[in-house]
Design a protein around this ligand. Structure first.
Ligand code: ZN
Length: 591
């Protein structure tokens, strides 16, 4: 439902952002802000800042930012109404009864509608399984030995052999074609009109960590192509930031998670009692997914297919896990191909044993190297030793390195001293050192290249947000026209008029923008890193520099916009220049 601005304000003002974010991120006070490691990108030193004055957060590394609602929506994968409910409950604010009228439903949050459609579709597919048309879907799951309980738990289903079965059903529930298409469940073309995306497939609903259906995976019956198909990305379905099975695995508390390749692997493992199993969503494992796993565990056991592509994917996943600081281990399932096949043939005790013996990723990587070399060929064998030595150089801790040198020497019958000196030699030359890669964030870099111009403007607006009382001094020299682009001008205008009206609350500036990307940029503009000033003279100097900087770039911009053949070109430029000179010599201070 659509809540009034008043309720939105009240709930927000009764949930201090530092307290709320502090439940998820370890924050330390630094100056007037709190800093921590950003939960949205992978980093080793904290660039995630939370401001108690402004009641906003902002990451200087990846550029995310917003208010307490935005944080919960991003972190917990919530829609706005859900975030509002959660915060209202936290602060003991009673919300008005939900309005379920047709008008209210029409106005409901767009994401909320997409989630409702996904939920309806999941119910529909599930019901199909029990109907004659869905018999072959059910037969498929039976053949995979899934119990009714498992089918229900994962909400498995079937999409009929029909061009628009689901579309018709969803229309009957009052959804429009455009919404069904946006949810990724239908497509439209001239010939077929609006038609189902999935048909003749067994269906796997994909749920987010809180159990909401956000998309589907479908496996075709028979030999159709593609064999597996997933919902496209939609406003509620971000493949790089969700994992299949996480809604159950997150409460398994086994001390580790098992990362598999496919949905059927996860389902078979949960049925066998291994409810800490998750899978990436039809794409390679991403840093974003690793960041999410890190919230729940520090150890991830890889259970990938033991074929060529599976091994390659495992090596890549190991790299990603180590980048975000998760300890990786690898399950050896040989002679079976995948966990499903293993459990069916060897049983769950045997599987449990393999989990216990899961191999350290270093040995796994060495084993892969070994398989690429022919030990009967001295050249190839020497090459293998060198590559292993290079890998050993990656251990910077001398004791740790020694432990692994000894273990490898014993395993491959190499004199330990020889291996040790080879490693030492390579480390000294730097040949073995790993090239430090720039962390790959799960979030694309959204920040525009910056220059001093915008920085000064952000500094001024951030300072005003913290100390609105300096406004009269600012207004003597600066007006909104001095800001360089539309967004900055709009933010400046809103802040200035709210201060003049005496009702300025920094976080409310965000509400004046509806576009999510704009809100993020606004959060960035008013959450710039202010330099700590100590003495009154430093404070005056900082103020002068910023005011002059903003005025100067404003003058340059206006000059560029004037046409030289404008009869007033000369007077206007001279005027601007004079004002700048006056400013340069004026005695100005924020206090
Ligand atoms: Zn970040």
């Amino acid at each position: 439902m659509k809540y009034s601005d008043q309720i939105k304000d009240e709930v927000r003002s009764r949930n201090d952002i530092v307290d709320v974010i502090g439940q998820y991120v370890h924050l330390t006070k630094k100056g007037s802000n709190y800093m921590g490691l950003c939960p949205f990108h992978n980093e080793k030193s904290g660039s995630f800042s939370v401001s108690p004055q402004r009641q906003m957060y902002h990451c200087f590394g990846c550029g995310v930012g917003g208010d307490v609602y935005k944080f919960l929506m991003e972190y917990e994968n919530l829609t706005f109404p859900e975030a509002l409910k959660q915060l209202a409950e936290r602060a003991g604010v009673e919300l008005p009864e939900e309005d379920n009228s047709k008008e209210a439903r029409a106005a409901r949050d767009r994401k909320q509608v997409l989630l409702e459609i996904n939920k309806e579709a999941a119910k529909y597919y599930y019901a199909n399984l029990k109907k004659p048309a869905g018999a072959k879907g059910l037969a498929y799951f039976r053949k995979r030995q899934l119990s009714d309980e498992t089918i229900r738990l994962f909400g498995l289903g079937f999409s009929n052999i029909s061009p628009d079965d689901l579309v018709q059903y969803l229309r009957s529930k009052g959804y429009k074609d455009a919404q069904i298409i946006e949810a990724g469940l239908a497509s439209h073309d001239e010939k077929r009109g609006t038609h189902d995306k999935f048909w003749n497939r067994v269906m796997f609903p994909i749920m987010d960590s809180s159990g909401k259906v956000i998309g589907f995976g479908g496996r075709v019956m028979g030999d159709g192509e593609p064999k597996y198909m997933n919902s496209p990305e939609t406003p509620v379905f971000d493949k790089s930031r969700n994992l299949f099975g996480l809604n159950y695995a997150k409460s398994a508390r086994a001390g580790y998670m098992i990362l598999c390749e496919g949905y059927m692997d996860v389902i078979a493992m949960h049925q066998a009692g291994f409810n800490m199993a998750v899978a990436s969503l039809g794409t390679a494992f991403t840093t974003g997914q690793a960041m999410i796993l890190k919230r729940y565990t520090d150890t991830v056991i890889l259970s990938y297919d033991s074929d060529g592509p599976g091994t390659k994917a495992a090596l890549r996943a190991i790299e990603i896990l180590s980048e975000v600081g998760i300890k990786g281990k690898v399950l050896d399932l040989r002679p079976h191909k995948d966990p499903d096949e293993f459990i069916k043939n060897e049983g769950k005790e045997a599987f449990e044993q393999r989990v216990k013996n899961a191999e350290n990723t270093f040995y796994f990587e060495v084993r892969i190297l070994e398989s690429k070399h022919d030990f009967s060929d001295p050249v190839s064998k020497t090459e293998f030793y060198k590559e292993v030595a290079a890998k050993l150089c990656e251990f910077h801790e001398p004791i740790e390195r020694q432990v692994y040198v000894d273990a490898i020497a014993a395993r491959y019958n190499i004199p330990a001293d020889d291996l040790k000196s080879l490693v030492a030699e390579m480390a000294a030359k730097g040949t073995g050192a790993r090239v430090i890669q720039k962390p790959k964030t799960g979030i694309t870099e959204k920040r525009a290249p910056d220059d001093g111009t915008r920085k000064n403007q952000r500094l001024l607006l951030t300072w005003l947000s913290d100390e609105p009382q300096i406004y009269p001094k600012v207004a003597q020299w600066i007006n909104e026209d001095d800001f360089c682009d539309d967004l900055y001008r709009k933010v400046a205008k809103e802040i200035f008029s709210d201060i003049q009206a005496g009702n300025f609350v920094p976080v409310k500036i965000l509400d004046k923008f509806t576009d999510e990307e704009e809100q993020r940029q606004v959060a960035e503009i008013i959450n710039t890193d202010l330099v700590e000033v100590v003495t009154p003279e430093e404070r005056r100097q900082a103020f002068r520099d910023i005011i002059y900087g903003v005025k100067h770039s404003g003058y340059e911009r206006k000059k560029k916009e004037l046409k030289p053949d404008d009869p007033e070109y000369l007077t206007k430029t001279i005027q601007g220049k004079k004002e700048l000179e006056r400013l340069a010599h004026a005695d100005i201070s924020p206090d």
